[in-house]
Design a binder for this molecule. Structure first.
Ligand code: AHM
Ligand code: MG
Length: 331
């Protein structure tokens, strides 16, 4: 007899813990799961037929080339969630402006996504992922305002990601632990495989695009040099690992410990990763797993963004390692 918990069962069980829960959150999560399965299927067969690999010829709001799979993932989430009756607005790394859901289909949540993170890795069969973040509508009345779209990171209702890797996994936190599920491709069902994930407090891996060293500030160079020094007591030298697909680099960091960094540099003076679609949800997850996320100077979840596409520098992972980075980066 199979005795595994499905993602849907887990969500329903969590919902019962909250008095007054209406089921709207669970229902929205179920829709996210459906979209994730559709994208997983498409990613797995992307090399076959050749119609879905490659670029669309368009450039997104961040000046990046849009891949066909980026567009497919974006429209899949958009179509499914906008009809779900659970969200009032959807924002995406791939869309300049928010999509406001018409009155007849509206709900109380705001859904934010990076529909396919790590797009530059699509054509070379490296793991990619979806990152999402959920907030509750705050403003009164029917319209959606900046009060709803530009909320403090700490006010997230949930954050999560789906990694399309050697297996497809769904990881999320709604504030009470971080839980991971693995897709059984034959059954098309996610099963609980990593309950209540905790990140090690101290790792021995650093993850950063070191090709950018010529664009870094001295303090960032000093930090990476520190990770490379020999010191048995603090597990140094650290190993270097960088996939260039944040979901994969973050997933390894969450499971094994260490630090993932995307610092400011001369090309990206405000950082490259987006607060709403990448740094914010991953910070919510890492903190719920006992880790830390920082800009180097400020806790990510303390940020109130001024723009939906705002970028931030990011240091995320094991508490000890992120605090070490903050020690090097402070003014
Ligand atoms: P994307 O959302 O357009 O895919 O960009 C974000 C990606 C992250 O997955 C990854 O950590 C980073 O960009 C890699 O950037 P770089 O190539 O500059 O190292
Ligand atoms: Mg991204």
């Amino acid at each position: 007899m199979m005795n595994k918990t499905t993602l849907v069962q887990h969500l329903q069980h969590q919902e019962k813990k909250f008095l007054g829960a209406t089921g709207e959150f669970t229902s929205m999560m179920n829709e996210i799961v459906v979209a994730a399965k559709i994208i997983s299927l498409e990613v797995n067969k992307a090399g076959i037929g050749g119609h879905i690999l490659g670029v669309t010829g368009n450039v997104n709001v961040h000046g990046e080339e849009v891949q066909k799979l980026d567009e497919f993932a974006n429209s899949t989430f958009l179509n499914i969630l906008s009809k779900s009756g659970t969200v009032c607005a959807i924002t995406s790394e791939e869309m300049a402006d928010p999509v406001i859901i018409p009155k007849e289909n509206t709900g109380k949540y705001i859904f934010m996504m990076d529909p396919l993170d790590g797009s530059s890795n699509i054509d070379v069969n490296v793991s990619i992922g979806t990152i999402f973040s959920i907030y509750r509508k705050k403003s009164a009345g029917d319209s959606v305002s900046d009060e709803d779209l530009l909320q403090k990171g700490e006010d997230q209702v949930a954050g999560g990601y789906i990694i399309y890797g050697s297996s497809t996994m769904f990881i999320y936190s709604s504030g009470s632990g971080v839980h991971g599920f693995t897709l059984d491709p034959a059954l098309g069902e996610f099963f609980l495989s990593h309950p209540d994930l905790k990140i090690p407090t101290h790792g021995n891996t650093y993850s950063v695009n070191e090709g950018n060293v010529c664009f870094w500030e001295d303090r960032q160079i000093n930090l990476v040099n520190y990770f490379k020094e020999v010191d048995e007591k603090t597990n140094r030298p650290y190993r270097g690992r960088y996939i260039g697909s944040m979901v994969s680099d973050f997933h390894r960091t969450l499971l094994k410990g260490g630090i993932f960094m995307y610092p400011i540099d001369k090309k990206n003076p405000k950082g490259k990763l987006r607060f709403a679609f990448e740094a914010g949800p991953m910070a919510f997850i890492v903190e719920n797993a006992g880790g830390r996320a920082s800009t180097g100077k400020e806790r990510i979840l303390d940020i109130i963004p001024s723009d939906i596409h705002q970028c931030v520098p990011l240091y995320i992972g094991s508490r000890f390692d992120v605090e070490t980075a903050e020690g090097f980066l402070k003014d």
